[in-house]
Each structure stands twice: as structure tokens, then as C-alpha cells.
Write a protein that binds this ligand. Structure first.
Ligand code: ZN
Length: 456
């Protein structure tokens, strides 16, 4: 895609890894930050920026689900739950072609970049044709995700999902799951072909993703783990109370407990949701170095429960945020809801600030930058050697009037929200100006055509 290339940004104020700095020049080459100078005067040719913060990794997305956002908000017969939502999702995905997936993913990625997410962890499980037969190119769908990333410029960490069973204990999958299924041998081929499919993207990462303990047997988990190498390993876990009960019935252990006992969980891992944990599980997960992948908007939308974020943070647990079902795509809203869930539950304020006098917004933002980068297998933050993934905020917006330092982030997250985002650079290329992605019109036109056909 054609984009404006930034060589040097001069930022009146910028959030560096050790805190806010003034008059910061960021020199960019080959998509990376090559040099950072503080207290520097702007030089002719510098692009001038008022407030710069690092882009954030969206560590968990199912891009295609953006197309069904808002279509599952009617009550069915009896109690609605995650499981009734899932049946609707299965019906929706049955009709999607590779073209459709590419069109919807591109729309979702445009919206992510406009929201300040500069890399996406795509937890990608729709691999095959509707009847379950692989496409001629087994990585056809992975190539479509890569095409959407290329079109929009978002950084891609592709997490092809291993899915083989319908329930704990290796139960047979249902017909609606046919598009997701592989055995370990075919999955190894899918991973190899997915690496080839993203090879045109300069800094794509391919990890692995055992879908959940429901979908993978212990033997299969052992068989696929070596495919990760040093790259990320993501898994859905302990999202639902029923899932915890089913896991206990199967193994006499809770899901997080089972995984920590059975698998070499370390810094490569991202445990997505991990909503339902005992204190012992929480302490062990924090000690493992793995990232908890929190998706507060989706967890609220699906009625999953509230992650014990304050307790997890207090014992040094790493976490980041993901937009998961993409019912909303908003970094500030994920962070705000993460904090508000803790406030509503504990009837206290500023839980995630962690300590007296600290800013809640700053603490949440730093955690999302660090946890997001770790979970997606890249370096994060505005530092030399990291990708030049940069978000600028609108200093003239009323919500930022007379703010400085961490008050900027608190006002961004809790007051102004996404409309404060002015420009976004991804790997040094400006992809968003005045809050609008440069490809928005064309990408949205294709998205509308796709949706009209799918929902006709
Ligand atoms: Zn998910």
C-alpha cells in the first residue's frame, strides 16, 4: 500500500520506556526506531508531533467475527450464554469464503489501527472449506489474513489454531467445527505453509495456538508444541464456569492448574481470558512469566466473568489486552473496562494503579504495551531497535487541555477515548491521519459489499 514515509518525528512530548520526555526526536529507518534524542530542537524536514505514545499490540483477535458484531444481542429461548452465542457464530462462519474473510479482516484491521493497535495477534481457526476439505493451498485462509494485514499495514502475529475435538477427553467434534479441524501432521504442514504465506510481510511472526483444552488432547498438545520454537503459544483457557466444571470432571483439575502441571508454560505463552482461577492458580500463572490475555469488552459481552486483575498485578503478573470477538474495537475502552470491572466488584477506585500516587491510566497503558509485545513475539515501546509503531494524540482536543505527563493518559483512557487519536505510524509508515486510516474508504466499500451478500 502507498503510504507517507516518516524519516524523523519531532515530538514535543513522548512516552519513552523510562517515562515522559520533552523535545524527543525519533529517527526511523527500515521500519524501526534507529535513534532517540531528548531535549532536541526540531530540524527542517522533521514531521512535528505534539504528544507521542507507543502503539499497542492487540493480543487476541478473531477478525471475521467483526462481521457479526451487534447481531447476537437478542435474547433467545431460556438463558442466553456464551454457548448460545457460539452456535450463532458457527452458523455465520459457515457461509464465509476466503474473499469474505479477507474483506472483513481488512475492515477490522483498519479500525484497530485507528484505535491505536499497531499489531494484531490473529487467533486464526477457520482453515478449510465449509465441508471441512482443505483448500488446494492449505494456508489459503492464512494468506487472506496476511493480505488484509498488508493492505492496512498492521503488524501481524498469526496464530494458526490447532483444533481436533469437541469436548474434553478427545470427544468427536461437531459438524459445525469441520472448518477448524486438523490432526497434528496436517497442522505441521499448515504451520509451514502459513510461514510461507506471511513471508511477504517484513515483520510478521507465526506462533501456534492450541484452541483450548476442550479441543486438544494431552498427546496432541505435546505433539504440536515443538512447532512453536521460540515463537508465541496462545490458548483459550478458563473463560467459562462450565468449562472449569467440565475440566474438573475430566481430569480432577481446573484448566489453569492442569495446563501449568502438564505443559512448559513460560514467557512465550499467552493464556487468553484465564478468568476463573483460584488464588494458587493465579500465583503460579504470574510466576510462570506467561501473559494473561484479557479481553474485557468481549468477556463482558459474553457474560464470562471478571478477571482478578488487581490480585494478579499485585503478584507481578504480566497482562495485555485483546479485542477478541471485535464487537467493539477500542484500546481505550478495553483498558477502561478492565479497571471499571475491578472498581464495580471491589467498590474501590484506581485498583490497577497498583500503588499510592500512581496513575491508573499510565499503569494500564504500560502493561498493555509490554504484555502485548511479549505475547506477540516482538519488542514494544518507543526504543531503539523496536518497530516504529507510534500513536499521536490531539493536543488541541478539549479533553487534553492543560494536561501533561500521566494526566494525558488518564484523560485519554478515562475521558476522551479514541477520538483523541490523531495519527498512527506503523513500522515508520503513516497509516492514520486525523483519526482516519488512509485506506478506510476503499476497505469499507468492499466490506459493505461483502456484508450485504452474507446477510442477504
Ligand atoms: Zn477468542
Amino acid at each position: 500500500m502507498a503510504m507517507t514515509k516518516a524519516q524523523t518525528l519531532h515530538c514535543k512530548t513522548a512516552l519513552l520506556p523510562d517515562g515522559w520526555a520533552r523535545d524527543v526526536r525519533l529517527q526511523i529507518a527500515g521500519g524501526q526506531i534507529k535513534k532517540i534524542t531528548r531535549d532536541a530542537k526540531p530540524v527542517a524536514g522533521d514531521e512535528r508531533v505534539a504528544i507521542a505514545v507507543p502503539g499497542v499490540g492487540n493480543l487476541h483477535s478473531h477478525a471475521f467475527q467483526r462481521a457479526m458484531a451487534g447481531l447476537t444481542e437478542r435474547r433467545g429461548q431460556g438463558d442466553d450464554s456464551f454457548w448460545t452465542w457460539r452456535s450463532l457464530m458457527y452458523r455465520f462462519v459457515a457461509d464465509m469464503t476466503p474473499d469474505d474473510v479477507e474483506a472483513v479482516a481488512a475492515q477490522a484491521y483498519v479500525e484497530m489501527l485507528e484505535a491505536g493497535f499497531t499489531r494484531v495477534g490473529e487467533f486464526h481457526y477457520v482453515h478449510h472449506a465449509a465441508d471441512g476439505r482443505p483448500y488446494d493451498d492449505i494456508a489459503e485462509m492464512a494468506a487472506r489474513i496476511a493480505a488484509a494485514a498488508d493492505r492496512t499495514g498492521i503488524g501481524l502475529t498469526l496464530l494458526p489454531v490447532f483444533y481436533a475435538h469437541g469436548e474434553f477427553g478427545g470427544a468427536a467434534p461437531g459438524a459445525a467445527q469441520a472448518r477448524f479441524l486438523n490432526d497434528p501432521d496436517r497442522y505441521a504442514r499448515l504451520i509451514a505453509e502459513s510461514r510461507a504465506a506471511v513471508s511477504g510481510l517484513p515483520d510478521a511472526v507465526v506462533g501456534i495456538a492450541p484452541h483450548s483444552l476442550r479441543a486438544v488432547t494431552p498427546d496432541e498438545l505435546s505433539a504440536i508444541l515443538p512447532l512453536a520454537g521460540d515463537n508465541p503459544v496462545h490458548i483459550h483457557i478458563a473463560e467459562q464456569v462450565k468449562e472449569v466444571a467440565d475440566c474438573v470432571a475430566w481430569s480432577a483439575k481446573r484448566p489453569v492448574e492442569w495446563l501449568l502441571d502438564a505443559a512448559p508454560v513460560d514467557r512465550r505463552w499467552c493464556l487468553v481470558h484465564a478468568t476463573h482461577m483460584t488464588e494458587e492458580e493465579l500465583n503460579r500463572l504470574a510466576g510462570s512469566g506467561a501473559v494473561a490475555g484479557l479481553c474485557p469488552i468481549t468477556e463482558a459481552n459474553l457474560g464470562d466473568g471478571i478477571f482478578p486483575a488487581g490480585a494478579f498485578q499485585a503478584v507481578g503478573g504480566a497482562f495485555g489486552v485483546g479485542s477478541d470477538s471485535n464487537v467493539r474495537i477500542s484500546l481505550t475502552e478495553e483498558l477502561r473496562l478492565l479497571e471499571y470491572g475491578q472498581r464495580l466488584q471491589g467498590q474501590v477506585r484506581n485498583v490497577m494503579a497498583g500503588a499510592a500516587e500512581k496513575s491508573t491510566g499510565r499503569t494500564l497503558f504500560d502493561a498493555a504495551v509490554g504484555g502485548g509485545a511479549q505475547a506477540l513475539g516482538v519488542d514494544g515501546g518507543l526504543k531503539v531497535g523496536a518497530s516504529a509503531d507510534i500513536v499521536s494524540l490531539d493536543a488541541d482536543h478539549p479533553a487534553l487541555t492543560a494536561r501533561a505527563g500521566d494526566d494525558l493518559l488518564d484523560s485519554f483512557i478515562f475521558a476522551g477515548g479514541d477520538r483523541l487519536i490523531s495519527s498512527v505510524w506503523r513500522a515508520g509508515q503513516k497509516v492514520v491521519s486525523d483519526g482516519v486510516h488512509h485506506q478506510r474508504a476503499a476497505v469499507s466499500a468492499r466490506y459493505r459489499r461483502t456484508l450485504k451478500r452474507l446477510l442477504a
